[in-house]
Design a binder for this molecule. Structure first.
Ligand SMILES: Cc1ncc(COP(=O)(O)O)c(C=O)c1O
Length: 349
């Protein structure tokens, strides 16, 4: 028999949202991808890519990508680390700070990968519930004093944002490391990047997957003081960012107006979609991300999920306490949102 570690035997593993094969005729509003294409600057670099860049190993430190990111974030380049998606940053943090006997804390519900990562390290989890309005449970998280605290803001799946003053309080009161996962920050009104220069125990995670329309590329960043990054760099794969990704990432970051233009369109469509959902008597939470969490008035979220699926519209549903009366809808193009509206109107009638 294959003898995995006991915790690996017990764990279920992360279940990603459904990814239908390319070319499938579905409206895909289930994994928070950007509905618009990546910057033309990215496509230009891809077209002009030289074979010799593939023959050689990539720059182990992905300097080109980090330099472009440092400029955008307004920090020195040695305060930025690049990884194979922000998921890899999360995994490196779990590997660096968690082991049996150590604890991780996070508010619930949140990005379920955090639980998987804790299970991989066989660490104890402290799950502090959000209240009905998704206020950050600051006191509970402070009382937990975990070795590692993960905060997702805007939070997946609620799309609600944790106020920077709350994160500031956490950063100053926690002895352990505070990870602020800002995967959706390009669609939000505020971010916590400023805390990095004030607290050596804070790391902010960013990704090109959402705002920059590059989920297929796999490129994320960690922004922290060098002492934190030095430890994480020791445990990363030597070549964790490939030659294609680091060049395309630099091109994407250099075209801020493309990303911001698309983010503005998505935010405007998010408002329109929210209004339509409210008219259909869904309960909503104020979204600062490119998705909306919505609870139908009769609590038949599971029914809606399957009915939408039958009509070729994918949204996300979790059969889990606290979430089983809600669906999470990625904001699509105006046309996609309109088709969703029509289908929902018919279903909630
Ligand atoms: C909260 C959160 N963090 C991180 C990620 C992963 O992002 P990446 O594509 O950069 O690995 C996701 C992806 O959906 C997410 O929802």
């Amino acid at each position: 028999m294959i003898n995995f570690r006991d915790n690996v035997k017990k764990m279920e593993g992360y279940v990603p949202g459904e990814q239908p094969p390319p070319g499938s005729r579905v409206i895909k509003l289930n994994t928070n991808e950007n509905p618009y294409p990546p910057s033309p600057e990215v496509m230009k670099v891809l077209r002009e890519f030289e074979g010799d860049w593939l023959r050689r190993y990539p720059d182990p430190m992905a300097t080109m990508a980090r330099e472009a990111a440092a400029k955008v974030y307004g920090v020195p380049v040695d305060w930025v680390m690049a990884a194979n998606g922000s998921d890899e940053m999360l995994a490196l943090l779990a590997r660096a700070f968690l082991e049996p006997g150590r604890r991780i804390a996070y508010p619930m519900p949140t990005y379920s990968l955090y639980i998987t990562l804790a299970e991989m390290q066989d660490a104890a989890t402290v799950e502090i519930p959000y209240d009905e309005d998704y206020n950050l449970p600051v006191e509970g998280l402070l009382a937990a004093q975990a070795d590692l605290t993960f905060i997702c803001t805007p939070n997946n799946p609620s799309a609600t944002v944790a106020p920077v003053r709350d994160l500031d309080k956490l950063a100053s009161g926690l002895k352990g490391v505070l990870v602020i996962d800002e995967a959706y920050t390009d669609f939000a009104d505020e971010n916590a990047l400023g805390l990095v220069s004030r607290y050596e125990n804070v790391i902010v995670l960013r990704t090109l997957s959402k705002g920059y329309s590059l989920a297929g590329l796999r490129l994320g960043f960690g922004v922290a003081q060098p002492a934190m990054l030095e430890g994480l760099i020791k445990i990363k794969d030597s070549y964790n960012v490939d030659s294609v990704a680091l060049r395309l990432a630099a091109a994407a970051m250099s075209d801020q107006s493309w990303m911001k233009g698309n983010a503005e369109r998505i935010k405007a469509d998010r408002s329109r979609l929210a209004k339509a959902l409210e008219q259909m008597r869904f309960k909503l939470w104020a979204s600062q991300a490119n998705f909306i969490m919505a609870s139908p008035s009769r609590g038949d979220a599971r029914y809606l999920y399957f009915e939408l699926r039958d009509r070729g519209i994918l949204v996300r549903y979790w059969d889990r306490p606290g979430l089983d009366d809600k669906i999470r809808i990625t904001v699509g193009t105006e046309e996609q949102n309109q088709i969703l509206n029509v289908a929902l109107k018919e279903l909630v009638k």
